[in-house]
Ligand binder design. Structure first.
Ligand code: HEM
Length: 193
């Protein structure tokens, strides 16, 4: 990661993206909340929030707990199943691409598939199993042993694009996911040419 990219830290210290349920896409980008890195991982289900609403007669009323919830992007797009499908479809593409496949050291792509799935789940606000098992992502460092050049970058994104298309997400979700993947892939390039 080069210095000066404001969103860069998010790639290495993934934080859940939270959107309010029903947040209108026309109202601009979804609100993002950032936590200090020492805050322990959230445990248990997504917090339900107690909100204050304004009645049509102008008074303020409490909306009962649970009637409005904050959802992570992970939850909004369908949770684990969606990420399982995404990454499985991606690795089918890798398996059928001799040049890209040659970069993956293991004969069995299953463990690599699981690592990428767990990482993306964690990044988008799901369970933090990736870090529990692998520690801090440090993705650029973990890619250092591999020559990620322009061709590898393009192939990786091509297979990811096909996988994203297969999900059939709502346009706003698809855009958020794709924008992130494009940005993250660019930041993983470590070899000229
Ligand atoms: C730009 C093209 C990319 C190439 C050619 C590439 C290639 C690779 C290779 C060869 C591995 C080793 C397989 C393994 O042992 O897991 C790997 C691991 C991994 N990659 Fe990528 N990658 C790319 C981009 C990305 C991006 C954009 C992300 C995240 C959004 C990502 C996330 C991961 C993760 C989470 C692992 C496993 C790290 C670990 O825990 O060891 N990669 N990648």
């Amino acid at each position: 990661m080069r210095a000066g990219r404001p969103g860069g830290a998010a790639l290495f210290a993934p934080e859940p993206r939270r959107l309010r349920a029903g947040y209108p896409s026309s109202a601009g980008p979804a609100p993002r909340r950032f936590r200090a890195r020492f805050v322990p991982a959230r445990q248990g289900p997504t917090p339900r929030v107690l909100v204050r609403g304004v009645c049509d007669h102008g008074g303020v009323t409490d909306i009962p707990r649970g009637s409005v919830e904050q959802q992570t992007f992970y939850e909004q797009v369908g949770g684990e199943e969606t990420f399982r499908r995404l990454v499985h479809r991606f690795y089918e593409g890798v398996a059928g691409d001799p040049d890209l496949r040659a970069m993956y050291p293991e004969e069995d792509l299953g463990p690599a598939e699981e690592r990428l799935r767990l990482f993306l789940i964690q990044y988008w606000g799901g369970p933090r199993t990736y870090s529990d098992e692998r520690g801090h992502p440090r993705l650029r460092m973990r890619h250092a042993p591999f020559q990620v050049d322009r061709a590898a970058h393009d192939a990786w994104l091509r297979h990811m694009r096909a996988a994203v298309d297969d999900l059939g997400l709502a346009p706003e979700h698809e855009r958020q996911l794709w924008d992130y993947l494009v940005y993250a892939a660019a930041s993983m390039v470590n070899t000229p040419g």
